[in-house]
Each structure stands twice: as C-alpha cells, then as structure tokens.
Design a protein. Structure first.
Length: 89
C-alpha cells in the first residue's frame, strides 16, 4: 500500500511521540486536526488505513491508567510502521 503524504506525516508523528515506557502514543484529535491542518474525519480515516495496512495498532482499546484526559487516540507503531517512518521499507 502506498501511503499518502498525510498518512506518512501522521505515521512519522506517531513514531516520534511514541512513549516506550508506556508502550503507546497518545494523540489529541483536536490538537492533531490543527497541527496537521486536516479535518478530523479525514485523519480518523488515515488512522484506520494505517491500522489496516499494519503500520500501527490500537493495543489498548480501553482507557489505560495514566492516560491523558479526554478522547485521546491511543496508538502504537508496529515494526513495519517504525521501519517505514525511518525510510527503510
């Protein structure tokens, strides 16, 4: 699957913000919408596409202890996602 430019940017953002201790990345959808300058439904579709293609996972479907307040997206890059973000795939 060829990633769109926005999907590539989103994947890079997920990898950069990955917290190894927690084993996840927290993204605030409202702030992400402003940061990426894209509508929230489009970003949600991009997250779904990245998950379907095996670049990211949603390993914690329930709110995790210590998670930020609100409706943060909890994601985790897969090995494929990390390699792709590094330009090795």
């Amino acid at each position: 699957m060829a990633l769109t430019n926005r999907q590539q940017m989103l994947l890079h953002l997920i990898v950069r913000r990955y917290d190894r201790e927690a084993g996840r990345t927290y993204l605030d959808p409202v702030l992400l919408e402003e940061e990426m300058n894209a509508p929230l439904p489009d970003l949600a579709a991009d997250v779904d596409a990245l998950e379907e293609a095996g670049y990211i996972e949603r390993p914690f479907p329930e709110p995790a202890e210590g998670a930020p307040e609100g409706d943060a997206w909890v994601l985790s890059p897969t090995d494929r996602g990390i390699l792709s973000a590094m330009g090795l795939e």
